[in-house]
Design a protein around this ligand. Structure first.
Ligand code: ZN
Length: 149
């Protein structure tokens, strides 16, 4: 769903966000995933389901099934692109770092390992939309937690 403040958001829409929204990576759902979690953002109508396959402590594959605004869907696509091939520990650290950046606790300069996902830092100017940029990562974190217990 596209809100009426979409025009305002133009200034935070870096090309990399539009690219991932128009050509989302890692779309679909894994068969027999090791973990699968869905997070909703009722404020905006976004929904992201993350399914995850692990092998030998490494995130072997991630698939995204989502619906919603460009921020939520582009963030999910970038999250999957960044985390596939990383170890569980690295993935957990990236998720924590991304949350810290979106909360303003860590500066972009100290979070370069997030790569393209740093494009969402500009969304912080629109607090109502920060959740859009976080739901894919929230779903990922829940998947990771479910594998730790
Ligand atoms: Zn949204």
């Amino acid at each position: 769903m596209v809100g009426s403040n979409e025009a305002l958001l133009d200034e935070v829409y870096q090309e990399v966000i539009l690219d991932h929204f128009r050509n989302p990576r890692h779309q679909g759902e894994l068969e027999n995933p090791d973990a699968s979690c869905e997070v909703l953002n009722p404020l905006c109508g976004d929904r992201v389901r993350v399914s995850l396959r692990l092998k030998d402590g490494v995130v072997e594959d991630i698939k995204i099934l989502g619906k919603g605004c460009s921020i939520s869907q582009a963030a999910a696509s970038m999250m999957a692109s960044l985390c596939v091939g990383k170890t569980l520990e690295e993935t957990q650290k990236l998720a924590e770092l991304y949350h810290a950046v979106m909360k303003g606790e860590v500066s972009v300069d100290n979070a370069q390992e997030l790569g393209d996902s740093l494009a969402f830092e500009g969304v912080r100017k629109f607090p109502a939309r920060v959740k859009c940029a976080l739901i894919a990562w929230d779903a990922l974190s829940r998947c990771l937690k479910s594998k730790q217990t």
